[in-house]
Design a protein around this ligand. Sequence first.
Ligand SMILES: Cc1ncc(COP(=O)(O)O)c(C=O)c1O
Length: 364
Amino acid sequence: MKVNFLDLKGQYHQIKNEVLTAVEDVFENTAFTNGPHVKKFEENFAAYCQTKYCSSVNNGTSALHLAMVALNIGPGDEVIMPANTFIATAWGPAYVGATPVFVDCDPNTWEIDVEAAEKAITLKTKAIIGVHLYGKMCDVEALKAICDKHNIYFVEDAAQAQGSKYKGVRSGGFGELACFSFYPGKNLGTYGEGGGITTNNKEYYDRIQKLKNHASEEKYFHQEIGYNMRMGGVEGAVLDIKLRKLDEWNGRRREIAARYQSEIVSTKIRMQEVGADYESNYHLFVVTVENREHFMEYLKENEIFAGMHYPVSCHLQKAFTYLGYSEGDFPQSEYLAAHCVSLPMYAELTDEEVSYVIEIVNNY
Ligand SMILES: Cc1ncc(COP(=O)(O)O)c(C=O)c1O
C-alpha cells in the first residue's frame, strides 16, 4: 500500500461541482480580484474565527509583512519569535527593516519557550510573534500577558492553525493581529495562493484594507506607500466553499491524530505534547526519531512518504547569517530540526492507510 504525505486530489473531487460553479460565477461577473466573492469569504472567515474583521491578502507571507507595517514596526525595532518555525514568520519583520530575534522552543510542546521570550525583551522590542506550530496553538494566554506587561504587541502566526482552539476559542483573536496562510496544502487551502489577517481592531483593519490596495481609499489617491497584495476572486470563492467543510475535515484529522497517539507504541518515536486546553487542527503530525534518515528511508521502502518540518532552524538559515547566530544557540530547535519527521496527515486518509502507517511505524 502506498501512502502519500499529502494528496489534495480526493478533496477536490468531493467539492469539484461547487468549485467549478463558483469559478464560473467569478468569470461571468468578471470579479477577478477583490470583488464580492472575496468580501463574502472575509466576512465568513472573521465570523468563523470569532473576530470582528478579516482582511484577505495574496498569501500568508504578505499577511505577516502587512501586520508589521500596520503596527508601524520598522528599522531599529526588534521582533521576538521562535527559531523553530517556517522561515516566513521572520520575513515580515525582515521586510520592514526590523530585527528578527529568535528564541528556543519548549522541549515538550515544541512551541516558543515563553520564559525565553520574556528574557529576550529589550527596550527595542516591539512585538512577539507566537506561532501555532503544526496546528497546535502556542501559549497565547502567557504570551499575551507578557506583551501587556511590557507594552508590546502580540501577533499570532496562525498560518497553520485554521480552526485550532485554545480553551474553546479559535485562533485569530488573541493577538492584535493574526496572520493566516491559505496555501493549497493548508487545512483551509485555496486553489492558488491566499492569506488573511484577522483582528478586532477597526483601525488596523481599515489600514490593512488600504495598504494592500496601493494604500488607496479613493482611486488614484495614495496616503502612504502601499502594496498590491489583494486576493483573487477565484481564490476567495474557493475558500468560501471550503470554509463550510473545515470543521468536518479538521475533525477527521483529529480522529487520525488520536489513532497515531494511542496506537503508535514504539518507544523510538516521540510526539508533540498537546495539553488539555488545546484543540489542534493537526495541520501536521510531527514526531521525532533518533536516526531520522534511516527511519525515513525505512518508511520510503514501505511506500510511506513523510516530510520534515523544518530541517533547518531559522537562526541557522543562510539568509539570517547577518544576525550572528551560531550552532548551539538554541539546542531544542536544533534537535527538532535534526530529528523531526512529519507522518502522512490529511482528512482523506482511509482507516486502512492509517492502520498501515501505524503498523509500519511500530515495526521499525
Ligand atoms: C508558520 C508559517 N508562517 C507563514 C507561512 C507563509 O504562508 P504563505 O506560504 O502563504 O506565504 C507559512 C506557510 O507556509 C507557515 O507555515
